[in-house]
Write a protein that binds this ligand. Structure first.
Ligand code: ADP
Ligand code: MG
Length: 443
């Protein structure tokens, strides 16, 4: 029951939040919340899981006190409901035969544990979700779909889930597999005419951890087998976790499989902020028994910022140099040794003006047209592309970005983003144009 003033209270609250958190935080934590009831006496919110509730209460209690009603004791009159798990179609696949096998020794990378995963605002949500899944496989969100850029910890988290299950849920069998290995496995079994054996194996697992699903794109023959395995497991409430470099909707896979991947929880893993990068450096250095002075750690974190794997590379290179040359690790040494790495200069900061100029030249319209109100098809499309790119590439709140487009609202911006995201998947020319803009922007 939505009684009244949803707009007044909830929308005002959201608008205030947008100024305070990053886009990826907003998308991960706030957007999934639904208002069930909103009166002057109580607010009831539906959240997809307990982590979202905890996040909201832990981080925004002060703002909630400004907007939300309170009870007689002065406490927030706020109730949370956890959304029921999404219904899944009845299985149309024969029940799998469970094969009796000994639980294999853990094939998970020993370093990639939850304990070794450093949390920060950009990955806290995903880490909580991964931990939730590992603690109660098949019972929280299924599938869990993790997407994000290269070197941000997706594979680490998959192994983290695997370790946790291996150590805490002795009876369950968890298997980590890269999508390429799955395809190779299938090819080999096809060649040996033993596909049934493979099917039995995969379908007998309790937890399947699939890395880099983007490699299933354009592999039509394998997509179907993957989809069948996927459905078979999920219909038995077996846990699936998938990683990808992009969200399901942007993968060029069949509608069937995209829809299935969106059933559970889709979570984004973002670029860690400076403090988290420093904490990661210190943690990795500690593991390798290296002491990195805090100013050097900040120096490295300041220069290598969008890929944790590169941070590790920098630590390895520095420690090898200092050991071999018997020198102390100072900022100056770090600067000299890492100059090569730093030559990948951070791309110049992306601004709305920069996006407008580049979009205008690629789409052959004028910046003033994009900024104007014209509804001519090519101009309107260029405008929406500019908004799409601003949301994709800039780490600013939606409100801030929207206002840079001549006072547009954030819902106009979101509408443009959704529309272009959809169009890219069906319109090759548009996709190429957008890639060209991105290249020109150096992103
Ligand atoms: P992806 O699969 O997203 O490309 P990986 O999981 O392979 O990235 O991570 C690359 C490297 O960075 C790994 O060595 C991993 O341990 C490390 N790493 C990434 N994120 C974190 C983090 N938050 N804390 C600690 N190490 C991390
Ligand atoms: Mg990976």
């Amino acid at each position: 029951m939505l009684v009244c003033s949803e707009k007044d209270i909830w929308t005002q609250f959201l608008e205030c939040l947008k100024g305070r958190c990053s886009i990826s935080e907003y998308q991960n934590w706030i957007e999934p919340i639904k208002v069930i009831e909103c009166t002057n006496d109580i607010i009831k919110l539906e959240v997809p899981n307990i982590f979202v509730q905890e996040y909201l209460v832990d981080n925004y209690k002060d703002i909630m006190h400004l907007f939300f009603p309170k009870n007689a004791n002065g406490e927030l009159a706020l109730e949370f409901l956890i959304a029921p798990p999404k219904k899944i179609d009845a299985p149309n696949i024969k029940p799998p035969v469970k094969i009796e096998t000994e639980k294999p020794a853990s094939n998970f990378n020993l370093q990639y544990t939850f304990e070794n995963f450093i949390e920060g605002p950009s990955n806290q949500f995903v880490k909580s979700a991964a931990f939730g899944v590992a603690s109660r496989p098949g019972k929280t969100f299924n599938p869990l779909f993790i997407h994000g850029g290269v070197g941000l910890g997706k594979t680490h988290l998959l192994h983290g889930i695997g370790h946790f299950i291996h150590n805490h849920q002795k009876k369950l069998t968890a298997q980590y597999i890269t999508t390429e290995a799955f395809i190779n496995d299938l090819v080999n079994h096809l060649r040996n005419k033993s596909v049934d054996k493979m099917k039995q194996y995969y379908r007998s697992l309790d937890v399947l951890l699939v890395d880099d699903i983007q490699f299933l794109q354009n592999r039509l023959n394998f997509e179907e087998e993957f989809c069948n395995t996927f459905e078979s497991l999920i219909n038995q409430n077996k846990q699936i976790v998938i990683t990808s470099d992009k969200p399901p909707s942007q993968l060029k896979l069949s509608e069937r499989i995209v829809a299935r991947m969106e059933w559970g929880l889709v979570a984004n893993i973002g670029i860690p902020d400076l403090e988290t990068r420093v904490a990661i450096i210190q943690h990795k250095a500690n593991q390798k028994n290296i002491v990195i002075p805090s100013n050097v750690a900040f120096f490295i974190a300041d220069h290598i910022y969008n890929n944790v794997r590169q941070l590790e590379g920098a630590i390895n290179r520095l420690s090898a140099y200092c050991r071999l040359m018997r020198v102390e690790l100072t900022e100056e040494v770090a600067e000299n040794i890492l100059r090569e790495m730093f030559e990948y200069k951070p791309p110049s900061k992306i601004t709305v003006e920069g996006i407008l100029k580049t979009v205008a030249s690629v789409f052959e319209v004028r910046v003033s047209d994009i900024k104007g109100e014209s509804r001519l098809k090519n101009i309107a499309q260029a405008r929406q592309v500019a908004m799409y790119l601003a949301k994709e590439l800039m780490d600013e709140s939606l409100m801030k970005i929207a206002s840079s487009f001549g006072g547009k609202t954030h819902s106009t911006l979101l509408h443009a983003w959704k529309k272009i995201s959809l169009q890219i998947s069906i319109d090759k020319t548009l996709e190429k144009q957008i890639q060209m803009v991105k290249r020109n922007l150096g992103s």
